[in-house]
Design a protein around this ligand. Sequence first.
Ligand code: HEC
Length: 210
Amino acid sequence: MRQSRFLAGAVLLVATALATQSCTRTAEAPTPAEAPAAAPASDMAAVVSVRELMTNLVDPLSDNIFDAVGSDVTSKGIVETKPTTDEDWARVRQGAIVLAEASNLLKIPRKAAPAHDYVSKNPGELAPADIDAAIEKNRGAWNAFANAMRTEAIKVLDVVDRKDVNGVLKAGSDIDRTCEACHLTFWYPGDREAVLKDRSSRAYTDPVKK
Ligand code: HEC
């Protein structure tokens, strides 16, 4: 028990160090992942589908950023939320680290959906087999969407260092657009027109939450 807590601490330290490093590194030179050198063959293997990666990792951890700042109308009046304690800020940072690294996971070839759930649920959505085909045909675009999410997630690390509350709000909106850009191409291209129209009629909201 004690050992596993120590390990978790060590992993967090390493992750934080790496994240800080890559943050400064992007300012001067491309990160290794962006360098043009051919990717070495690797034994990385996808464990779950894109959908499960979204449900279990990308979506819940992005809420660490999306839900960090905002205001809610309640029976007690307007309740403002913003990170105040070190723990609150650590949660925002955790979301950023997971999203930045999730972009790498998205680039490991994997099926769109688990085999037992291989039908699309809504009319505007591509069926998983069609998502697979679209990714196969245009992996460059897929990877570029994943990279865009990473770029915006990395910016959050700096925002957290400066404890910049408005920065969290802006970063959330910028990250959200990278989610939606990929979804509009590879998940619900049939809804593109409606989503764009809806977006232009509103200030920022989270379109991922239906
Ligand atoms: C590189 C492309 C890509 C990026 C970036 C991306 N997604 Fe997704 N996401 C997909 C695809 C494709 C699906 C549809 C998978 C399916 O249903 O088969 C999906 C599905 C989802 C789902 C539905 C899961 C379910 O159970 O039906 C949620 C929620 C989601 N994404 C959230 C997000 C959030 C939040 C972000 C950004 C922080 C994000 N996604 C970024 C490609 C992406």
